[in-house]
Design a protein around this ligand. Structure first.
Ligand SMILES: [Zn+2]
Length: 473
């Protein structure tokens, strides 16, 4: 088929038709490695991670006002998981779990930077290496430094485009309209990019395709930074002034909306090319954002607004418009995709395919998350003292324990059915449930942390993180 699989804007419909007929049916060994018994070629895989995006700010999760029409449409076309958890409230830890199907104590990325590891080693196979071995063309387009190769997120990708470390990225930022330049002279601009720039680069990559199916990880960072804001027209649409009192919270909505708009542009390009119908799509977030709930604006702790994330899936031959209520986890995404592609699962994943939960044969999973704040030099000084601890959380459909390792008496237990806002701590009142969930944590060896010597503080890392607002002192 040669280059007939290209998703070029110019030859889109033809390419799509050829793709349906011939993708995965080539004679080269790489293509043969991909099972092809659907009659439509091996599906492409599009994994989208929305940084800092709370589930309850998406229309399909109940947010009014038409903020996320493109993600809402995806939910209507596929599966929406009502209660999905990430494994941490910080970017590299959570993404490492999403990419590998492992909890942090298994993949080893446990802090942003500090006395425990912050680097994903190459020996944990993830989406890129597993799908690459199966004959996929693989690429990642990430929008900020915390999801970059500095934290080991690049292993296995043929193309890894961070928008940070190459000079082309600087060019991308500078060509954005000057009137939108609220961010233009900020150091932050060098360490992150907006959804419009990221999608532009993705579309270029899609145009240069070959006859393999693709695996694409697209990471968007817009809702993370309250000062790197969308274009003025988007702020106007939601009546937000960037420097008015309360703007830090109010700008969150246009940031989410702007990100959704550009994800819609990506979906539209895939539809136009004919590739969309044969693309498995997963959208989730690495964590949410406090926005003042529980007295905390950013992320990194373990309440629901931080670790309950959106999770949408559009599986080939999967249900349409389905809502799945039992608790599921970001570590389940990789095995679910592998199963949908009829590829073998690595033996020792922490996650498991969600197909039995989707079709009702299985109930809730037990979710795990952690926040080793005392080991992380980037835990902000403003972090409330009660969270200056090693925090470990487990949750099922009803109960959630946040265990405070260094001050066990401060531990928290919530009944998520009666108290979804986590306002009434039942740790002292329900020792039976607390003990049961604590045993869940202990049984995993999650509390063992390999302490590493800080050694030379890497100044480059420190400066980039400072520019993104992670360092407040
Ligand atoms: Zn993040």
């Amino acid at each position: 088929m040669g280059r007939a699989r290209n998703i070029g804007v110019a030859a889109t419909v033809l390419a799509g038709l050829l793709c349906v007929v011939g993708c995965g049916g080539g004679s080269d060994s790489a293509a043969d490695a991909v099972p092809d018994d659907r009659g439509g070629g091996s599906p492409n895989v599009l994994l989208i991670s929305l940084d800092t995006t709370r589930a309850d700010y998406l229309g399909c999760y109940g947010r009014p006002g038409g903020v996320t029409p493109n993600l809402d449409r995806l939910a209507a076309e596929g599966i929406r998981f009502e209660r999905a958890y990430s494994t941490a409230g910080i970017t590299p830890v959570s993404h490492a779990s999403l990419l590998t199907g492992l909890n942090p104590y298994r993949h080893g990325v446990r802090v942003f930077f500090g006395a425990a590891s912050h680097y994903l080693e190459a020996d944990h196979p993830g989406f890129a290496s597993l799908l690459g071995d199966a004959g996929y063309r693989t690429a990642a387009f990430v929008s900020a430094y915390p999801a970059s190769e500095r934290f080991g997120m690049h292993h296995g990708f043929e193309r890894f485009d961070t928008g940070v470390s190459d000079s082309v990225m600087q060019q991308d930022m500078s060509r954005l309209p000057p009137k939108d330049g609220v961010w233009a002279d900020r150091a932050a601009a060098a360490a992150q990019r907006r959804a419009d720039a990221t999608v532009d680069r993705i579309l270029d990559w899609l145009e240069g395709g070959d006859d393999r199916p693709f695996f694409l990880w697209a990471h968007f960072f817009d809702p993370h930074d309250t000062q790197l804001v969308p274009p003025v027209s988007w702020l106007d649409r939601f009546d937000v002034r960037p420097r008015e009192p309360g703007a830090a919270k109010r700008v969150y909505v246009p940031e989410v909306a702007f990100m959704d708009h550009h994800i819609g542009r990506l979906f539209a390009a895939l539809r136009e090319s004919g590739a969309y119908e044969n693309t498995l799509v997963v959208v989730t977030a690495d964590h949410g954002q406090g926005l003042g709930d529980h007295g905390w604006f950013p992320h990194r702790i373990l309440y629901q607004e931080q670790i309950r994330v959106p999770l949408l899936m559009r599986l080939p031959d999967g249900p349409r418009g389905k809502v799945v209520s039992p608790t599921v986890r970001s570590i389940d995404v990789l095995p679910t995709v592998l199963e949908a592609l009829q590829l073998p699962l690595p033996l020792d994943l922490d996650g498991a395919p969600l197909q039995p939960v989707i079709d009702g044969r299985e109930g809730a999973r037990v979710a795990y998350a952690e926040a080793l704040n005392t080991l992380d030099v980037f835990a902000p000084r403003a972090l409330p003292e009660v969270h200056r601890d090693r925090l470990f959380a487990v949750a099922d459909d009803r109960w959630k324990l946040i265990y405070h390792h260094d001050h066990p008496q401060r531990s928290e237990l919530y009944d998520l059915v009666e108290d979804p806002g986590e306002l009434r701590n039942l740790f002292a009142d329900r020792p039976d449930q607390a003990a049961r969930l604590l045993e869940e944590i202990r049984s995993r060896d999650a509390m063992y942390v390999e302490i590493i010597e800080p050694g030379e503080r890497e100044p480059e890392v420190f400066e980039k993180l400072r520019s993104l607002g992670y360092v407040d002192g």
